[in-house]
Design a protein around this ligand. Structure first.
Ligand SMILES: NC(=O)C1=CN([C@@H]2O[C@H](COP(=O)(O)OP(=O)(O)OC[C@H]3O[C@@H](n4cnc5c(N)ncnc54)[C@H](O)[C@@H]3O)[C@@H](O)[C@H]2O)C=CC1
Ligand SMILES: O=C(CO)COP(=O)(O)O
Length: 343
């Protein structure tokens, strides 16, 4: 396993992991299996691998691509456990597609209600894997059945889904919604307010999916662990909700709270809210996503938390959204709850 090298009390983190079998910085107090070897050289780990599993905050991906430049990945396959999106002014791509485009490495996704400290302690979790077959599929190649076997444990149950976009967007946007849930909690409102944020957040997650990804299935957000289950667990006790809560409680900026609270870990919702804000602003679609925009405006603009009820009352309240074509014209109305009920 590649580990980004850092010095902890004058020692290399990889050395500590390999001798003490513990990642003392990022997963303290959890004993790691002895056959897990931490290697600081990325190319050494990845070259010749059959399956590459990506698990780093998405802001580091570009630098990873540079380090992997020139490796022939035509026979390798990958799974991305990253929760984020690749957004630029031209649009949005899934991180699994971004990995494939940049490295020529065919990539699926794994995402679910999977708080790392609980998974590490082998407490029961479910997850969702979406793995489209590659164009150059060959008999005996990796497929979703093999991936299910690879990741499945008695305490970690893997469901498969054909909806790579829905699985990916659930994981990315729930981080932003969780910051919103933390903001209202830290402000002193109760579980009713938090549930309202989660409901509106779920609607906007579905709306985002079907707006930007034609194949995205609304039911993925309500049926899969990568959808509503991850939203619930993240809004209960993830890092994003903690950052939002602390920012509202202390009045500190989310960037400051992230540094002070997380000891080098990140709240991915911070990066994602900025990226999504940029995309929606550029596309003139901010009014379609009032909650996602309001969370950004509270963190980076001058919107106040107690403005939220008014902002949300003015926005679209119940419909998950409309499927739009590339010029933003609605093509098909859809309601996440109704679609899920048809299953
Ligand atoms: N921690 C969790 O409970 C879960 C995290 N995820 C997702 O997995 C991805 C990774 O999250 P975490 O492991 O929690 O990371 P994290 O947010 O705890 O960040 C720390 C990780 O970043 C690495 N890192 C630090 N500086 C780096 C650099 N300059 N270049 C490359 N790597 C660097 C560290 O070695 C460490 O592995 C994210 O997309 C996250 O949303 C998904 C499910 C659960
Ligand atoms: O993705 C996660 C749980 O499924 C982790 O959430 P946080 O990044 O908010 O801790």
């Amino acid at each position: 396993m590649w580990v980004y090298e850092e010095q902890i009390d004058g020692k290399n983190l990889t050395e500590i992991i390999n001798t003490e079998h513990e990642n003392v910085k990022y997963l303290p107090n959890i004993k790691l299996p002895h056959n897990l070897v931490a290697v600081p050289n990325l190319r050494e780990v990845v070259e010749g691998a059959d399956i590459v599993i990506f698990n780093i905050p998405h802001q580091f991906l570009k630098n990873i691509f540079k380090q992997l430049d020139g490796i022939d990945f035509s026979k390798a396959r990958a799974i991305s456990c990253l929760k984020g999106l690749n957004v630029n002014k031209d649009g949005v791509t899934l991180l699994s597609d971004y990995i494939e485009q940049e490295l020529g490495l065919h990539c699926g996704v794994l995402s679910g209600a999977n708080l790392a400290p609980e998974v590490a302690l082998e407490k029961f979790s479910e997850t969702t894997v979406a793995y489209p077959l590659p164009k150059n599929y060959y008999p005996g190649d990796v497929d979703e059945d093999l991936l299910q076997i690879l990741f499945q444990r008695t305490y970690f149950h893997v469901r498969t889904s054909p909806d790579t976009a829905g699985v990916s967007i659930g994981g990315a946007l729930k981080n932003v919604v969780a910051i919103g849930a933390g903001l209202v909690e830290g402000y002193g409102w109760g579980d009713n307010a938090k549930a309202a944020i989660m409901r509106r957040g779920l609607m906007e997650m579905v709306r985002f999916g079907i707006t930007f990804f034609p194949d995205c299935r609304p039911e993925t957000f309500t049926v899969e662990s990568s959808g509503v289950a991850d939203l619930i667990t993240s809004c209960a006790s993830g890092r994003n909700v903690r950052v939002g809560r602390e920012a509202a409680r202390t009045g500190k900026h989310v960037d400051v709270v992230e540094k002070e609270l997380l000891n080098g870990q990140s709240a991915q919702g911070i990066a994602t809210m900025k990226e999504v804000h940029e995309l929606l602003t550029h596309r003139g679609m901010t009014e379609d996503f009032p909650l996602l925009i309001a969370i950004y405006d509270i963190c980076y603009g001058d919107l106040r938390i107690d403005d939220l009820p008014k902002v949300l009352a003015d926005g679209p309240a119940t419909q998950a959204g409309s499927r739009r074509n590339s010029v933003g014209e609605p093509a098909h109305q859809c309601n996440a709850g109704e679609d899920a009920a048809k299953l």
